[in-house]
Design a protein around this ligand. Structure first.
Ligand code: NAD
Length: 355
């Protein structure tokens, strides 16, 4: 390609600045177009980042042959149709997590990626945090040996953002698909992406969005409506993999917990690793157990570096300089796990996957 990668942003809401800023910093990318249903919001971002083309219908944006790639940062219910349309129009696509809402949608996106030959990167941004990059090198170097157990939690006490997040039709679910996707993916990725064998999960709707609670600041989306909430408060699950490894996870928007919690822990035959709340390694040397803390700039997920690394990697993949480390197949596997947990909870039974 003899010009910079021309990028269009679809969805200019809360998270879009993280992508826009990172593209603006990348010397091989050019912010070319923005699109949002809310024209004012799109125009504000266009002004802020000096982006020449503004749309309210993403199909019009995709019709421009000069556009090379898109970032999709809209409600989850549009991720599948937008990414498929983008690739069919010859554009590369970065889809923010979750990839979509169902396994069927994920498989349709995978087919579109195959037939178009375009790059589809799933926005698993936490893989690109400094702590995860360092952890992956230790895991790949064999420091943990075979990883047979992982445990992850992402607990909010009063953290239902409301708006479309709380509307199952638009989001596909609550904390499991919104927060669980990050921590399950981190474990699965660091475990070497084992094939899922079965899942057993529970979801609960007991506390609702706790909108009556006073004296507690929490994030609320701009279209917050306390009367509207069709997603679960919390979910837990055990995931079994074909290689015998297992993962235990729990996540919540609403829970009578004493404090917020973010933990990602992996246990292997030779050592252990905690990625969150802070990267540390556990090992044995000379018959002594050692806890080792790396000296790195951030021991927890650092969003600025994480988003910049993610966007730089996507740009490189689109320009043919590398293969993405976060391909569509990983999104398909994750949708199988997430939807399996919802299905297991609804049917009150363990879900088994064909081998
Ligand atoms: N760390 C992360 O990776 C992270 C963090 C937050 C949000 N997200 C994801 O980012 C996405 C957006 O979240 P947000 O917090 O920015 O939400 P938001 O509601 O602030 O913004 C979404 C924007 O998309 C626009 N939109 C919706 N449908 C559209 C359509 N058909 N065409 C054009 N624009 C449309 C809305 O008008 C809105 O401006 C979600 O998928 C969410 O899961 C990821």
């Amino acid at each position: 390609m003899d010009h910079k990668l021309r990028v269009g942003m679809i969805g200019t809401g809360m998270i879009s600045d993280t992508h826009l800023r990172a593209y603006a910093n990348n010397p091989h990318a050019e912010l070319y177009a923005v699109c949002d249903l809310n024209e004012r919001r799109a125009r504000d971002k266009a002004e802020k980042y000096r982006i020449p083309h503004v749309y309210t219908d993403y199909r019009d944006m995709l019709a421009d042959p000069a556009l090379d790639a898109v970032s999709i940062c809209t409600w989850n219910c549009f991720h599948a149709e937008m990414s498929i349309a983008a690739m069919d129009a010859g554009k590369h696509a970065l889809v923010i997590k979750p990839l979509c809402m169902t396994v069927d949608e994920a498989l349709a996106i995978e087919r579109a990626a195959k037939r178009s030959g375009k790059t589809l990167q799933v926005g698993y941004v936490r893989r690109f945090g400094t702590n995860a990059i360092v952890a992956k090198r230790f895991v790949d170097g064999g420091e943990l040996g075979e990883i047979y157990y992982a445990k992850a939690s992402c607990i909010r006490r009063l953290g239902n953002p409301g708006g479309w997040f709380a509307d199952r039709e638009k989001s596909g679910g609550g904390p499991l698909i919104d927060l669980g996707v990050h921590v399950i993916d981190l474990c699965w990725y660091l475990m070497g992406k084992p094939k899922v064998k079965s899942v057993s999960g529970n979801t609960y709707v007991k506390l609702g969005n706790r909108s009556h609670v006073r004296n507690f600041q929490s994030y609320r989306s701009s279209d917050y409506d306390p009367g509207r909430n069709t997603v679960e408060d919390m979910a837990n699950a055990i995931v079994r993999f074909e290689n015998g490894a297992s993962l235990v996870v729990d996540v919540s928007f609403s829970l009578h917990a004493k404090q917020e919690e973010l933990t990602v822990k992996l246990y292997g035959e030779k050592g252990g690793l905690e990625l969150e709340p802070e990267l540390s390694l556990v090992t044995e040397r000379y018959d002594t157990i050692l806890n080792a803390t790396p000296q790195i700039s951030s021991l927890t997920f650092d969003p600025n570096n994480g988003f910049q690394n993610e966007i730089d990697h996507f740009v490189d993949a689109c320009l043919g300089r590398t293969e993405t480390i976060s391909p569509v197949e990983d999104g398909v596997e994750m949708m199988k796990i997430l939807c399996g947990i919802y299905e297991s909870s609804a049917s009150k039974a363990e879900i088994h996957y064909p081998t």
